[in-house]
Design a protein around this ligand. Structure first.
Ligand SMILES: O=P(O)(O)OC[C@H]1O[C@H](OP(=O)(O)OP(=O)(O)O)[C@H](O)[C@@H]1O
Ligand code: HPA
Length: 178
């Protein structure tokens, strides 16, 4: 199945059924690993919304959840300071699972981890539906739950956007040469 967005050509990469099956097995792994815990799932908006919703429906351990947005401020002589807006839960001594749609360069995830480094969590793990191993610029030992390792091509659908659009597609498409 192909799709044309302006000049760009996309081909289906992961069907909704394939995604659901993988999300269910990630949830099963998490249920097992957290059987004696009450984790806090933190979804990083906007891209995570579909993955988070489908994952949470399969989580059977008692848990809390929240969504955050990353806000970056560039100081004149300072490195960018990143703040997480919207957690709303005291994270001290909690077991956190960060939920991301994609780890591409890893910069966003680095910012999220930075922002969470001072909250006094008991543990932090990461669940990302997609990872681009050939693009990631950092090591993430806490990236335990990965849906699919994919190649470098730009992808859209299931929460992932191109210029703010196409997040609503239920399958995931990848950019291919026209
Ligand atoms: O690993 P990276 O190279 O940092 O890219 C991954 C991030 O980029 C996208 O977020 P974006 O900032 O575009 O916001 P969005 O979730 O609202 O689309 C995506 O949702 C990831 O959070
Ligand atoms: O391949 C991608 N698609 C959509 N959003 C993204 N953000 C980082 N990489 C991507």
């Amino acid at each position: 199945m192909n799709m044309q967005i302006g000049e760009l050509k996309f081909e289906i990469m992961l069907t909704s059924a394939e995604i659901q099956q993988r999300v269910n097995s990630l949830a099963a792994e998490i249920n097992l690993a957290y059987s004696d815990k009450t984790p806090v799932f933190i979804g990083v908006l906007n891209g995570c919304f579909m993955f988070m919703a489908d994952l949470m429906k399969e989580i059977t351990v008692p848990c809390e959840m929240s969504f955050v947005k990353l806000a970056s401020y560039e100081g004149t002589n300072q490195a960018a300071i990143t703040e997480l807006i919207g957690v709303g839960i005291d994270l001290k001594d909690r077991d956190i699972i960060i939920v991301e749609d994609i780890v591409d360069t890893g910069k966003s995830l680095m910012h999220t981890l930075d922002a969470l480094s001072h909250v006094g969590a008991r543990s932090i793990q990461i669940a990302s539906l997609l990872v681009k191993p050939t693009c990631v610029e950092f090591e993430f030992p806490m990236l335990t739950y990965v849906g699919f390792e994919i190649s470098r091509e730009f992808v859209v659908g299931y929460g992932l956007d191109l210029d703010g659009k196409w997040r609503n597609l239920k399958d995931i498409y990848k950019n291919v040469p026209a």
